[in-house]
Design a protein around this ligand. Structure first.
Ligand code: ZN
Length: 618
């Protein structure tokens, strides 16, 4: 349609869309119906080389919304976000009864999650093989929603499936008794589920429950993403901070998925970002259920956020002559605006540290303690002086909840930072050259798929060479990387390069620093059928390798099976994984009734997010 083309340079960068910032239960309370903006997806080459922008669905480069209702076995007509009537009103008005708004909601909230993730990581984010994630806003009847990594195994695509259900008749809260509740209309549920998909992409082995923290980490981080996303909606934030007289922890922003919690009859929101009572470090010893345990991590992060925010705004309260309690007081408009701006800025900084920490996590078997180390190291690398005080606040709030790295000598910053690699390991020069060339191709648009064919071929061959080079490096330096040494042609205990990426950041002296992050994973035991003592979860070792642009290895963050010289079957990690499986078996009333086949895959079944989210609410 050349006649409708705008002169070049006039294409809007952002697309405004209306959403529920919380869910339909809060309906017309201020700050709930908001207009947010998401990136206006650029044209990309389609299968026949034609330019494709956002198609009805919406179907774009990041998400593919497919509105198939499994309960009625029918499709709802897809929304066309590029239709002039829709464009003219910044997307459809929030509505519970129009499925097209539901499609708009999951798309808009999802795009916002990806934008926040990209901003935090400082790089482009794509789902597996660059393919869009499937979103099914009305996938089934039921009080559940979940991410399924293997929904479309042939297409290498995962999906998020949202259910819908009737609200409790006895204790529906502000819902009508028995009214239809759509999980796809809850901002928190949508962002939580999409965050699961993001985490799975960043660390594909973090859905393998090898210790009590693994699934809890997934749940906790998914909540962190959902909670901090509210702070990127200015109207919502302003309203909440006005009502709470400036206390971010008193605002409705700490409640997650209120409608879902009430509608399922639990008498309150699904979860909270902060404990109601004083944190109790003994809970780390007793709480095993992933959502509850994840909530301890969320509280540690949110508490640190509140500490930093309070410190950064205390002068404003003093200037305004408001020392001591301001509870119930109306805030002067200028003060309110400054508080809103500070809350948004601090939330963004905290979320950035929380997500950047992924680069510093081992690729397998994560613990909360590893996460604290990763957080502190990621933040240290970004700002060695801790001028925002985020690091100190994190260490303090993690300590209050009994979260420690198992092998740290103390809770001082120096003990918590991952140790720098000191034995002078270096990537070989030809490999470094390939990596730098690949980085340059990235700047030319290789990641967007907009390179001309011959250059795209070069890019693909180059990436394949880099994977080969890294694999050879990992194999020859296995011992130094915490992996088991294997002879060249031995097919047992295979080492894989899971991923590599380069990242740039601005160092303290204002110069740009490039780094390379590599994840190597070694599979030590394959799952071996019905008798499998690990319930279908392989035993793996792995390491995250961080090098400078010249190939100097700066960090080796490894999960080795055991110390050098210890027989593998006596390795501490193996014993730990065994003890964890035994503990879950003991707590599981189904244990005596499983068939051999089901017994051999019981840990896999326990890790399914469908099952994990099915037992809600809690
Ligand atoms: Zn979850």
């Amino acid at each position: 349609m050349p006649s409708r083309e705008m002169p070049s340079g006039h294409r809007p960068q952002r697309r405004p869309l209306k959403i529920f910032a919380f869910d339909p239960m809060r309906d017309r309370t201020p700050g709930n119906r908001v207009t947010i903006t998401v990136p206006n997806e650029e044209a990309r080459p389609g299968p026949e080389g034609q330019a494709v922008t956002l198609l009805p669905g919406p179907r774009g480069g990041v998400f593919d919304v497919v509105d198939y209702d499994g309960a009625t076995e029918s499709y709802y007509p897809p929304i066309d976000l590029n239709h002039p009537d829709v464009l003219m009103q910044s997307g459809l008005e929030p509505s519970e009864s129009d499925p097209r708004f539901h499609q708009q909601m999951v798309y808009a909230v999802g795009m916002k999650v990806i934008e926040n993730v990209e901003r935090a990581l400082g790089r482009r984010f794509k789902f597996r093989r660059g393919k869009p994630l499937l979103l099914l806003p009305h996938a089934f009847r039921g009080a559940n929603a979940f991410y399924d990594p293997d929904f479309d195994p042939d297409g290498h695509r995962g999906a998020v499936l949202f259910g819908y259900f009737r609200a409790s008749k006895e204790r529906p809260g502000d819902n009508l008794p028995g009214q239809q509740v759509f999980t796809c209309l809850s901002h928190d549920i949508v962002s939580h589920e999409i965050a699961h998909a993001v985490i799975d992409r960043l660390r594909p082995h973090f859905l393998e429950p090898t210790n009590v923290d693994v699934l809890a980490f997934h749940e906790g981080l998914a909540d962190v993403v959902a909670i901090f996303q509210h702070f990127t909606f200015p109207d919502t934030l302003r309203d909440q901070i006005r009502r709470s007289s400036g206390d971010v922890a008193a605002a409705g922003l700490v409640e997650l998925a209120a409608q879902f919690g009430w509608a399922t009859g639990s008498g309150g929101a699904l979860r909270r970002a902060l404990e109601v009572e004083e944190p109790d470090p003994r809970r780390m010893e007793t709480v095993m259920e992933p959502h509850e345990r994840g909530a301890i991590l969320v509280a540690a992060v949110f508490d640190a956020f509140r500490t930093v925010h309070t410190r950064r705004t205390s002068d404003l309260f003093r200037i305004a002559g408001l020392e001591g309690s301001v509870e119930g007081k109306d805030l002067q408009p200028d003060l309110l605006e400054r508080l809103v701006a500070e809350a948004a800025r601090t939330a963004q900084a905290v979320l950035a540290v929380c997500l950047r920490a992924f680069d510093y996590m081992p690729p397998v078997d994560p613990t909360f303690g590893d996460y604290l180390r990763a957080l502190v190291t990621a933040d240290y690398e970004l700002s060695p002086d801790d001028d925002q005080g985020i690091r100190a606040a994190m260490i303090a709030s993690f300590r209050r909840r009994g979260i420690y790295p198992s092998d740290a000598a103390s809770m001082s910053q120096d003990s918590i930072l991952w140790p720098r690699h000191a034995s002078g390991l270096e990537l070989p020069d030809p490999l470094v050259k390939d990596i730098l060339f690949n980085l340059a191709l990235g700047f030319w648009g290789e990641e967007d798929g907009s390179l001309p064919t011959e250059k795209a071929d070069i890019a693909r061959d180059l990436r394949s060479d880099i994977f080969k080079g890294l694999h050879e490096f990992a194999r020859t330096n296995a011992a130094a990387l915490g992996l088991e040494t294997v002879p060249r042609n031995d097919k047992r205990k295979p080492i894989r390069i899971d991923s590599f990426h380069s990242a740039s950041r601005v160092g303290q002296d204002g110069r740009t620093v490039f780094e390379l992050f590599v994840n190597c994973v070694q599979t030590l035991t394959e799952t071996d059928g019905p008798s499998d003592e690990f319930g279908g979860i392989p035993v793996r070792a792995g390491c995250t390798l961080i090098t400078s642009a010249s190939g100097n290895v700066r960090y080796v963050i490894s999960k080795r099976l055991g110390a050098a010289g210890v027989a593998p079957e006596k390795s501490a990690r193996l014993l730990c994984q065994k003890a964890f499986v035994t503990e879950l078996d003991a707590r599981d009333p189904m244990t005596p009734y499983r068939s051999d086949q089901a017994h051999g895959t019981r840990m896999k079944a326990r890790a399914s997010l469908r099952a994990l989210h099915g037992g809600l609410p809690r």
